[in-house]
Design a protein around this ligand. Structure first.
Ligand code: UD1
Length: 420
């Protein structure tokens, strides 16, 4: 198994290019199931999760041609509707094939994703919404079996809770349904906007893109014909590198970023004392020594993203006062706290709130990555910890960060990938 070895203390400088967004590429790849014609996707991130979902399409009979950042997918050859446990258990986002498979083929079986390190993460809202569109759903043998032999029926769906994956599944299902679907309390993340635009560009009438009420007129089971899709820049990867600039008090530039998508992170880093220059698709952060403490609460877009919570906690360890971090989306997303404390941080947890007390220094140690974003928080801490930090179990990082150590090395970090 690989691990990352970081020798802390190096200042960063220079520029790197941000990759395409994993969380946008995944629903876009799932949406290709809505078509029986080839579609090309560009600016894909070169990460394990993308390869996993493309592999699933291949298992379903799709024809996939994939290089590092481009894939051409032809789901005209698809001949199975069973998303097997072996793939879904590797990546929860495989549940995104549920809506499109059911909408196009009138039936499917998708393995239940189960829990994960950051909490229970149920899919009840996805299933309830599909049922209200006329699907018959049963859970048997660890699989969701869904049927709608005459197609799904458009209806009004009110999500009890804002769900990114749930909104994506229903947007895809609704695009091939009979009649109009209105999704109330939908998610508004940029990734949802990209998915809706991809489907709208294929001729489906969609109103309310980027708002909390999306109205979709389905094609009545007629497959879509997609235009080429360029995946949007990864706002979480970008936010993570901004945190690298902040924690090391360095000046670095990120290319291929949409500043609007990371406004919540920019605002918090500005409040901590960092400065920004934004020009077209480039952002330069000028980090500062003696960062101010922050208070942050995770919430849905455009609020502060839960996917940036762990990285900000790492940065907050270097602030000159006590910071407060509240996690409101996932019940167990604090696994990085004990690992950061192993590096000398002083973080106290009470329920869903962490208080991060100032410490003079962090010190290198062996630490364990527990989930994707927690892993990057440990790498950030390693950049400033005195001595050597070894971050183990980095398969979590490889799921979602494209060439993390290569990009950090380019910025001047002393980091290398080694084998246990
Ligand atoms: C997506 C992102 C993930 C991000 C999360 C929140 C992808 C591949 N993953 O995950 O990186 O952290 O959004 O921004 O895009 N919930 C239910 N029932 C459901 C569905 C969700 O109770 O049926 C709850 C979840 O447990 C969680 C909250 O709703 O507490 C939000 O989850 P959701 O937005 O669905 O997250 P994902 O789509 O899984």
């Amino acid at each position: 198994m690989d691990y990352l070895q970081i020798k802390g203390g190096a200042k960063l400088s220079g520029s790197i290019k941000i990759s395409g967004a994993k969380n946008s590429a995944l629903p876009v790849i799932a949406a290709t199931i809505l078509s029986d014609k080839p579609v090309t996707l560009t600016n894909l991130p070169n990460v394990v999760d993308i390869r996993t979902l493309l592999k699933l399409l291949g298992i379903l009979g799709g024809t996939v041609n994939h290089t590092d950042t481009i894939a051409t997918i032809d789901n005209g050859t698809m001949n199975s509707t069973k998303a097997v446990y072996e793939i879904v258990s590797q990546m929860r986002a495989s549940i995104l094939v549920l809506g499109p498979l059911l909408a196009r083929f009138g039936e499917c079986e998708v393995s239940l994703p189960g829990g994960c390190a950051i909490g229970q993460r149920p899919i009840d809202l996805h299933l309830k919404a599909l049922e209200s569109m006329g699907a018959k759903i049963e859970i048997k043998g660890g699989y969701v079996r869904a049927e709608a032999p005459n197609g799904l029926q458009g209806t009004r769906i009110v999500f009890d809770k804002i769900t990114v994956g749930g909104t994506e599944n229903i947007v895809m299902a609704a695009s091939l349904a009979h009649g109009t679907t209105t999704i109330v309390n939908s998610a508004k993340e940029p990734e949802i906007v990209q998915l809706c635009e991809m489907i709208a560009n294929a001729g489906v009438k969609i109103e309310g893109i980027g708002t909390s009420e999306i109205i979709i007129e389905g094609t009545g089971q007629k497959p879509l014909n997609f235009k080429e899709v360029e995946i949007i820049p990864d706002r979480i990867e970008a936010g993570t590198y901004l945190c690298a600039g902040a924690i090391t008090a360095s000046k670095i530039t990120l290319e291929n970023v949409n500043a609007k998508h990371i406004q919540a992170s920019i605002d918090k880093l500005e409040a901590m004392g960092c400065n920004f220059q934004i020009e077209d698709n480039n952002i330069t952060i000028c980090g500062k020594e003696r960062l101010k403490p922050i208070n942050l609460i995770t919430t849905e877009y455009p609020g502060f993203p839960t996917d940036m919570q762990a990285q900000f906690m790492a940065v907050a360890t270097m602030a000159i006062g006590e910071s407060m971090v509240e996690e409101r989306l996932f019940e167990n997303r604090f696994m990085h706290v004990s690992e950061l404390n192993r590096l000398g941080a002083d973080i106290w947890l009470k329920g869903s709130v962490a208080s991060v007390k100032p410490v003079a220094e962090l010190y290198g140690a062996d630490v364990m990555a527990t989930d994707l974003r927690a892993s990057s928080a440990l790498v950030l801490a390693g950049l400033v910890a005195q001595g050597t930090t070894n971050v183990h179990r980095i398969y979590h990082l490889d799921r979602g960060y494209d060439n993390l150590e290569g990009k950090l090395k380019k910025l001047g970090a002393d980091i290398q990938r080694l084998s246990e």
